[in-house]
Design a protein around this ligand. Structure first.
Ligand code: NAI
Ligand code: MG
Length: 331
């Protein structure tokens, strides 16, 4: 199976290297088509995403990518947001679970967040009214809301989950969030075996911190999903261990939740677990479940010992040494 691989910026190359080594050792037959996008390419070619990247994505329809730095300021759109929009990767799925004995605030937490990935305030509709006033337009459509909520419920059914919670701020944004909530209520009726609950996003932030076990599958809009998923990562050991999938009808792009971590780039300090787990989601998507579970078992085993933790988890081990431990555990 040929897969597009975009290493990305910052810690991207280090963790991509680790991820490919682990996947290659798992028994999965993956052929990597490596193409480059991001800051480094921008300096070389003047383009954040060269045409070769689009060509590769369209040819393979499946990809895994490292993080890409988005320069703050005008003139640059986030590559991530652009790819999600261009290929209509409408579902951003983020499983929140600790691995092995990673320092989790809650035992056995197992949540899955479904984040709408194409609209909301990420639609890119920002407008300058004057030097002193800027507007950003929030877009919510019935069709995009319906397909993400359906995806969350379908997942709940196929994975024997008990509950789906929809998160909005419909009390204030009565039209946009109101529509998302109304659609969620309608969709929920078609799934009588799954319990449906609704909550406002501010209360959700607090509930996640004091009692996250009450939740199971969570579905929300783009901005709330972005923020809450980082919060949820913090509940189970941080951004270094949370994978993600961007799913559309014709394409899937897998990536970690975290960014390019410029503060630790090039220092052999990055935790590759999140990207390796993203590869597991990709292998499962490709029906390579055996290879995926071999990798998951090795990660669980290695991360059961605090001696094997990278610095983000409170340990001292570097990216390369950590990767070698996983490779050894898979033998
Ligand atoms: P970040 O996620 O890169 O870093 C936040 C903190 O977590 C930092 O202290 C970092 O060292 C740590 N961290 C993140 N991943 C880690 C890992 N694998 N191992 C160990 N520690 C890790 O977020 P930040 O600093 O806000 O963003 C940096 C850049 O990344 C920005 O340009 C941003 O736009 C971009 N970004 C890209 C994403 C993507 O490509 N999907 C997603 C999020 C941010
Ligand atoms: Mg984010």
């Amino acid at each position: 199976m040929r897969v597009t691989m975009i290493p990305g910026d910052g810690i991207g190359r280090e963790i991509a290297q680790a991820m490919m080594q682990v996947v290659d050792a798992s028994g999965a037959k993956i052929e990597w088509e490596i193409v480059h996008a991001g800051e480094t390419v921008l300096q070389e070619t003047g383009e954040l995403v060269p045409q070769a990247v689009y060509d590769s994505l369209e040819r393979n329809q499946i990809a895994i990518k490292g993080p890409i730095t988005t320069p703050i300021g005008q003139g640059y759109r986030s590559v991530n947001v652009a790819l999600r929009k261009k290929y209509d990767l409408y579902a951003n799925v983020r499983p929140i679970r600790s691995v092995g004995q990673t320092p989790s605030l809650f035992e056995g937490l197992d949540l899955v967040l479904f984040r709408e990935n194409t609209e909301d305030l990420y639609a890119g509709l920002e407008k300058k009214i004057s030097d002193d006033e800027m507007h950003s337009i929030k877009v919510i459509t019935r069709s995009a809301s319906e397909r993400i909520v359906k995806q969350a419920f379908d997942f709940a059914v196929s994975h024997q989950r008990r509950r789906v919670t929809v998160v909005t701020k419909a009390n204030i944004m009565k039209l946009t969030d109101g529509l998302f909530l109304e659609v969620a209520r309608e969709v929920a009726k078609a799934y009588p075996t799954i319990e449906f609950t609704e909550i406002l996003v501010d209360n959700m932030a607090m509930q996640l911190v004091i009692n996250p076990q009450q939740f199971d599958v969570i579905v929300t809009e783009n901005l709330y999903g972005d923020i809450l998923s980082d919060l949820m990562a913090g509940l189970v050991g941080g951004l270094g261990i949370i994978p993600g999938a961007n799913l559309g009808r014709n394409m899937a792009i897998f990536e970690a939740v975290h960014g390019s971590a410029p503060d630790i780039a090039g220092k052999d300090l990055a935790n590759p677990t999140a990207l390796i787990l993203s590869a597991c989601l990709m292998l499962e998507h490709l029906n390579e479940s055996e290879a995926a579970s071999r990798i998951r078992q090795a990660l669980d085993q290695v991360l059961s010992h605090p001696d094997n933790f990278t610095r983000d988890l409170g340990g001292h081990i570097g990216t390369t040494a950590f990767t070698n431990l996983i490779l050894a555990a898979m033998q």
